[in-house]
Design a protein around this ligand. Structure first.
Ligand SMILES: Cc1cc2nc3c(=O)[nH]c(=O)nc-3n(C[C@H](O)[C@H](O)[C@H](O)COP(=O)(O)OP(=O)(O)OC[C@H]3O[C@@H](n4cnc5c(N)ncnc54)[C@H](O)[C@@H]3O)c2cc1C
Length: 452
């Protein structure tokens, strides 16, 4: 008779495998035992999704059955009514159109062990041609800290299921090209006196958001004095290479103004590690911060513009070089944070990646430390609807608590462009969990839910 240790029983129960019958094997049962057994049901990230989300994943599977089908869907994309897109795939990649819908998305993520969001109000105008209302974007972004991120984190902090230092911060994203009119010229001419007024306006628009973040961090810091990381953080997204010198200067100005020594990091900037200069850029930011006495927070990404970059020479020559650069960046920032804790110059890191090895590198460093300031200020992030298998592994197998999803939200017409990019990316990524395997796996989960 087969006996299981209690740890093995727990492991099997966690995977949904009933062990009670297996311990009662009889002689008659032995014949049955020798017959070919159906393979046991193994849980995957799909089991953590709601029925509605599973339906959306099946739709993605059907869109990515093969390259011609995907290309057809991409071609027809502009003709498909927004409501139809929203019904079939919108819920996977977008947090919703209203704060109420985004709060619900946050609650669903929490059930999966993803306890916060990096919120991005998606109204894009990178070419500066849509004449969008900048004041509306800035004020809605500030409002969303109070209407979405604040109730979300307070709900978790007040629940007995969460220890205050195991809740990641809520992030609020600022895409520099979306918070000033004529963004390309303003960012290209950031040192040109002719553009001073617009440059100052861009800095002020961002500063208004960080000010609200800093105020709330101060108030909640008094309510929860044992908290070792900020409750909210502003994030400056990285753009196309030619705009990046302006973006670096913008984030530097905000670091200097808001990231005070002896206090939480209130604003993090982004470095694209596929750029050949990226590692030197981290060291430069660190040096400037030490000289001028402020702190730096960073979000490290590999970089999203490799296909559209006109000067390919600025990007590492090979994927392996980008990978080395990314992983060295993580190690460099985390060495300072580990050695110097709350006194570290590089005081907060977001590892924004779908790469399993890079995520494991960061999670191993977190798991090997008992320093709570260090552990709470390293957060791993993936895009909503992408790399859910990586997110699931980090939570379920590596025990990572500090994990967030990048959640775009806003009017459906605006998020349509974002949806198209995600669909293209999903197809590009020729993944084993796309296409027919994804459809089959979704139906396996439905079957298991219905019949056990
Ligand atoms: C939370 C979050 C926030 C993000 N914010 C930003 C942002 O502000 N700005 C931005 O640009 N991107 C941003 N991204 C997107 C990010 O850059 C892409 O998700 C990332 O490039 C995909 O890489 P990966 O780390 O997931 O790893 P992988 O999938 O292992 O790597 C793919 C990446 O490697 C690089 N690469 C591929 N082939 C080569 C090659 N031949 N030579 C050199 N390099 C190569 C490219 O950057 C490519 O995208 C964000 C992503 C997340 C998850």
């Amino acid at each position: 008779m087969k006996r299981f240790s209690s740890r093995a029983l727990q492991r099997l129960a966690k995977r949904g495998i009933n062990t009670t019958n297996s311990t009662k094997t009889t002689v008659a049962g032995d014949a049955l035992h020798n017959a070919p057994q159906p393979s046991p049901y193994t849980k995957t990230y799909l089991d953590s999704l709601s029925n509605r989300m599973l339906f959306n994943y099946a739709a993605i599977g059907l869109c990515t059955l093969n390259k011609p089908i995907l290309n057809l869907v991409i071609k027809m994309f502009p003709l498909i009514p927004t409501q139809v897109l929203d019904f079939f795939i919108g819920k996977i990649y977008c947090g919703g159109a209203t704060p109420k819908e985004v709060i619900q998305t946050g609650e669903e993520l929490s059930k999966r062990g993803i306890n916060n969001m990096m919120l991005s109000l998606t109204i894009e105008d990178s070419e500066g041609t849509k004449n969008i209302d900048i004041e509306y974007i800035v004020s809605e972004t500030i409002k969303s800290i109070d209407t979405i991120l604040k109730p979300h984190i307070l709900g978790l902090a007040e629940s007995p299921d969460h220890e205050i230092n195991e809740i990641p911060p809520g992030y609020i994203v600022l895409k520099p090209s979306a918070v000033i009119s004529n963004p390309v010229q303003v960012l290209l001419n950031y040192e040109n006196p002719e553009y001073k007024q617009q440059w100052d306006q861009l800095n002020e628009n961002c500063a208004r958001v960080v000010e609200r973040v800093a105020e709330l961090n101060k108030t909640l810091g008094k309510q929860y004095p044992e908290r070792k990381s900020p409750f909210f953080v502003t994030v400056i997204d990285a753009e196309k290479y030619d705009l990046q010198q302006g973006v670096y200067q913008l984030q530097r100005n905000l670091f200097q103004r808001f990231n005070k020594v002896g206090d939480f990091v209130q604003v993090v900037g982004t470095i694209q590690m596929y750029l050949k200069h990226s590692f030197d850029m981290i060291k430069l930011e660190e040096k400037l911060a030490r000289t001028h006495n402020y702190r730096v927070g960073l979000k490290l990404v590999r970089g999203a513009y490799i296909h559209s970059e006109p000067d390919r020479g600025v990007i590492h020559d090979t994927k392996a070089d980008t990978d080395n650069s990314y992983n060295s960046g993580i190690q460099h920032v985390l060495t300072d944070l580990k050695e110097n804790s709350e006194k570290a110059t590089l005081g907060h890191l977001v590892v924004a990646s779908h790469n399993h090895k890079s995520s494991r590198l960061a999670s191993d460093l977190i798991n090997n430390s008992t320093n709570q300031t260090f552990k709470s200020n390293v957060v791993l992030g993936q895009l909503l609807g992408m790399a859910d298998d990586v997110t699931y592994d980090l939570i379920e197998n590596q025990g990572v608590k500090n994990i967030i999803k990048y959640v775009p939200w806003g009017p459906p017409v605006e998020t349509k462009d974002y949806l198209l990019r995600r669909l293209q990316e999903n197809g590009d990524a020729v993944r084993s969990d796309n296409g027919w395997p994804l459809v089959k796996n979704v139906f396996k989960v439905y079957k298991h839910r219905l019949f056990g």
